[in-house]
Write a protein that binds this ligand. Structure first.
Ligand code: SF4
Ligand code: SF4
Ligand code: FES
Length: 219
């Protein structure tokens, strides 16, 4: 196995952690995240990461510590001696299709939800999604709320979701909890009265676009 040195160009700092990223042995400094260690060591295929802040959900990683296997976000996980990390490919395209514009009123939301996500009611309460979520979301409960038709509460449960879809990967029933959460947030917003200050600002922008001058507006 080749060893890449994450510290090669960093002066007097000495490597102090040895780990494996995508099968490549890597020397890194304590305090580096897995993404930083991978970039500094030139590990190939680390291209699909973005925000480095735990927000975009793109740096999905599988982690092995001895016999324990977990998942997480590589930009939020610090290097550890002996840890094996495998950066996961981007999530596949969603399998659940719907158009919000097809929802004309709130009466048929639940029937439509059951058509779009028929697997959701088969949750076996295995906690796999909760264990996989790097944001600490109570995913299983969020799915249960949506199945009960409580979309606003379900949406709130998924408020911190970054759509990394690690819960989807973990779900043995192929429920796609991340997309249940996204649906709940979208449908709640779709039927929710926009805040007055937002409506006011949008109207201001609309008038600007149609050529209304500041003087006209001030009159
Ligand atoms: S709920 Fe799922 S998609 Fe959202 S952050 Fe947690 S694991 Fe990622
Ligand atoms: S992983 Fe799937 S089946 Fe298991 S608790 Fe979560 S939603 Fe239910
Ligand atoms: S790079 Fe965006 S969550 Fe890690």
């Amino acid at each position: 196995m080749t060893t890449s040195d994450a510290t090669a160009n960093e002066g007097e700092l000495q490597p102090s952690v040895i780990l494996t990223i995508n099968g490549l042995a890597v020397n890194a400094h304590k305090g580096m995240t897995l993404v930083e260690a991978a970039w500094h060591a030139g590990v190939p295929r680390v291209t699909s990461v973005g925000c480095m802040e735990g927000v975009c959900g793109s740096c999905r990683v599988m982690l092995r510590r001895g016999k324990e296997v977990t998942v997480g976000l590589a930009c939020q996980t610090f290097v550890e001696d002996g840890i094996e990390a495998v950066l996961l490919p981007p999530a596949s395209a969603p399998q659940h299709h719907y158009e919000l514009s097809d929802f004309k009123d709130g009466w048929d939301i639940h029937a439509r939800f059951q058509d779009i996500f028929p697997e959701a009611s088969r949750c076996r309460h295995c906690h796999g999604c909760d264990n996989a979520c790097p944001k600490g979301i109570t995913v299983e409960n969020g799915v249960a709320l949506a199945v009960a038709g409580r979309y606003r509460e379900a949406g709130d449960a998924f408020f911190e979701c970054v759509m990394c879809e690690l819960c989807d990967v973990a779900c043995p029933e192929l429920i796609a909890p991340a997309h249940v959460g996204l649906f709940s947030r979208r449908i709640t917003a779709h039927f929710h009265q926009r805040p007055p200050n937002l409506i006011h600002r949008l109207e201001e922008l609309r008038q600007d676009k149609s050529g209304t001058t500041q003087e006209e507006k001030d009159e």
